[in-house]
Write a protein that binds this ligand. Structure first.
Ligand SMILES: Nc1ncnc2c1ncn2[C@@H]1O[C@H](COP(=O)(O)OP(=O)(O)O)[C@@H](O)[C@H]1O
Ligand SMILES: [Mg+2]
Length: 284
């Protein structure tokens, strides 16, 4: 399968901010959890990764970050090429080197914002950490940047949120904070792994719109992961359909929705059609 979004000519070292070739992830027992997955994302481009629960989406995200659970084995190549950072194959790279890539190279927003937040630390302090590390801010400038970052994710009372602990704000607000933390690193690639799945439907739409706007404003590349075709289609134009760790279909969302070739994709489309939110593109 041709990697979607890849630059033409099969040129080695193309313009992709991320180029994944033949990614295979196996469990400790040798079971293939992700099989021979290839795709590329160019700077500022967006790609959706869709599949039912257990299809290997999060493992793909973790592999890109070099954060696969211990005991799993990984092969293939995952080349991250972010401005100002050394072009790196994440597979086989030293942990010390990967630490420098996480943040400015690639960052993840997870489904559950609490995984990104320290429950025992006030939000302002947590957000200050990447701002200090990546942008080198200190003192009053750092405090201002914290408030600005919270305003950017449209938290209505940034001063109050900065002084709160994660459990003192709502789930939607926590996910906004997690997005602010990811953006503070100024990543070339943002991976959003089911970023709105844990939220109420109305909050979901707001957070999606926010993410959409911020990714555009900052020109970041986006890998958007979801089990929900309606959600993916609202954010990206191009998707890969993953089933049992295998890419069964890839192409433009519109083509996949109107003429899914694989029976599994057809099922995803059928279940998406059951949702009202999906109807605006099935009935133009
Ligand atoms: N730590 C782990 N140890 C063993 N198997 C795992 C682990 N994490 C995930 N898996 C298995 O890998 C497969 C893919 O998981 P995952 O990538 O989390 O799926 P998705 O994000 O698409 O729901 C699933 O079958 C899951 O059971
Ligand atoms: Mg997952």
């Amino acid at each position: 399968m041709n990697p979607p979004g890849a630059s033409g000519g099969g040129k080695k070292g193309g313009a992709g901010v991320l180029e994944v070739i033949g990614l295979t992830v196996r469990s400790g027992e040798g079971r293939a959890l992700v099989s021979d997955l290839s795709f590329a994302i160019e700077p500022g481009a967006r790609l959706g990764l869709i599949g039912e629960s257990g299809s290997g989406k999060s493992l793909t995200a973790l592999a890109i970050m070099g954060l696969l659970p211990a005991g799993m084995t990984v092969s293939g190549s995952i080349v991250l090429d972010a401005p100002g950072l050394a072009r790196t194959d994440v597979i086989g790279a030293a942990e010390r080197h990967l630490k420098g890539l996480r943040g400015r190279g690639a960052t993840v927003v997870f489904q559950e914002p609490l995984t990104a937040l320290d429950p025992l630390m006030k939000i302002g302090r947590q957000l200050a950490e990447p701002l200090r590390r990546v942008r080198g801010l200190r003192g009053a400038a750092l405090r201002r940047a914290v408030v600005t970052a919270l305003e950017e994710v449209r938290l209505p009372t940034p001063g109050r949120v900065a002084k709160a602990y994660p459990h003192e704000i709502s789930g939607g607000q926590r996910q906004r904070v997690a997005i602010a933390m990811a953006l503070a690193c100024e990543p070339a690639l943002l991976i959003a792994d089911e970023p709105t799945t844990a939220l109420d439907v109305t909050v979901q739409a707001e957070v999606l719109a926010l993410l959409d706007g911020l990714v555009t404003a900052r020109g970041m590349a986006l890998l958007f992961i979801s089990h929900d075709l309606a959600v993916v289609s609202s954010v990206t134009d191009h998707v890969i359909v993953l089933k049992d760790g295998v890419a069964v279909e890839t192409g433009d969302v519109l083509d996949i929705v109107t003429s899914p070739r694989h029976p599994y994709t057809r099922d995803l489309v059928t279940s998406a059609r059951r949702l009202d939110s999906a109807l605006d593109w099935t009935h133009p």
